[in-house]
Design a protein around this ligand. Structure first.
Ligand code: SF4
Length: 333
């Protein structure tokens, strides 16, 4: 596989959930490719479909009440939506791994961290108990945990939040997966530890060539980590482009709003510093989406037809795609 052949191809992915208020369309035709060794950032507010995209790739959408109703997810050409559950158990952890927001709820409190990492390797690679334990120590060293030979016998509650997230990263990378999905991996950590975790992920990516999907609402994390960015809103991709295009020349009004919300180190201290902006309103209920652009009720550029017709993704050149009527009519925001 050459560097530009997509490792993962997601096309027209639709996921819906049956709820008491009706059918919630949590993903509506999500499409993107992942190039080997690169990082795709997925951003958006809570409820926009970021984590559901990750769970769909892992085939971990709870069914029922959920349902993957359309689309394909191809890993190195294999359609994961057609794979058996037995095959998916091999894929999870071996080909695609995931790290979550809160490591304390993802680690088993009654097993040592060494046992938990070793178990992953034994299941997927069939290593002996001794070899798997040695791999656990090796992985703890790789994620810069001091005194790894000693700490491998510790339990999750004996470690700090930052150390536990390092353990999760070690476990996720123990079988050298092709794709690592990091779902808000630093949300529960303080700012200095966040920076260390991102530095670690970048360092490990350079060493192993792992492809990363970084799910976050933090534009700073995107600037530091991502090569490309997909901005999601109400289950759809509003905009997708390189990180530079998104940060310096965002096209979709929602992306522009997200960027405007990021606090900057202003030249002048308060009160001269302008107040932080916000996007008015909230993400709509996914059971109540109409036929128009889901962002229309919050959009400062909304036109009449935005409320009744859904804009389709449009290629603007250079791999920059945006779903907004402003660009489909040739107008410029
Ligand atoms: Fe705003 Fe219309 Fe573009 Fe939606 S399609 S983001 S409402 S301008």
């Amino acid at each position: 596989m050459d560097a530009t052949t997509p490792l993962l191809e997601v096309e027209g992915l639709k996921v819906e959930f049956k709820t008491r208020r009706g059918i919630a369309k949590v993903l509506e035709g999500v499409t993107f490719n992942l190039e080997p060794g690169k990082t795709l950032g997925i951003v958006g507010e809570s409820g926009c479909g970021k984590s559901m995209t990750a769970l769909s790739i892992m085939r971990l959408v709870p069914i029922p009440p959920g349902r993957i109703s359309a689309g394909s997810i191809r890993l190195k050409g294999e359609d994961l939506l057609q794979a058996s559950e037995k095959r998916m158990r091999q894929v999870r952890g071996k080909d695609i791994s995931m790290i979550f927001q809160e490591p304390m709820t993802s680690l088993n409190p009654v097993y040592s961290i060494g046992d938990q990492i070793a178990e992953t390797v034994r299941v997927h690679e069939g290593l002996s108990r001794r070899a798997a334990f040695d791999r656990a120590v090796e992985m703890l060293k790789a994620v810069n945990i001091p005194a790894a030979e000693k700490r491998v016998n510790e339990f999750p509650h004996q470690m700090s939040g930052g150390m536990r997230q390092r353990v999760m990263i070690a476990m996720a990378l123990a079988c050298r997966p092709s794709v690592l999905i990091a779902d808000e991996p630093t949300t529960a950590l303080d700012v200095t530890v966040q920076a260390q975790v991102f530095d670690l992920l970048k360092e490990l990516q350079e060493k192993t060539g792992t492809t990363i999907i970084l799910i976050t609402h933090d534009m700073g994390a995107i600037a530091e980590m991502a090569d490309r960015v997909m901005v999601m809103y109400a289950g759809r991709a509003a905009e997708e482009a390189t990180t530079e295009q998104i940060l310096t020349a965002p096209k979709h009004p929602y992306t522009q709003g997200l960027i405007a919300c990021v606090p900057h180190m202003a030249d002048k201290p308060p009160p001269e510093r302008p107040p932080l902006t916000e996007i008015p309103g909230v993400v709509p209920a996914l059971t109540d989406l109409g036929s128009g652009c889901s962002f229309a009720p919050r959009c400062p550029h909304a036109m009449d037809h935005c409320h009744s017709q859904m804009p389709q993704p449009q290629e603007l050149g250079g791999g920059h795609r945006v779903a907004c009527w402003l660009y489909q009519e040739g107008a410029v925001a």
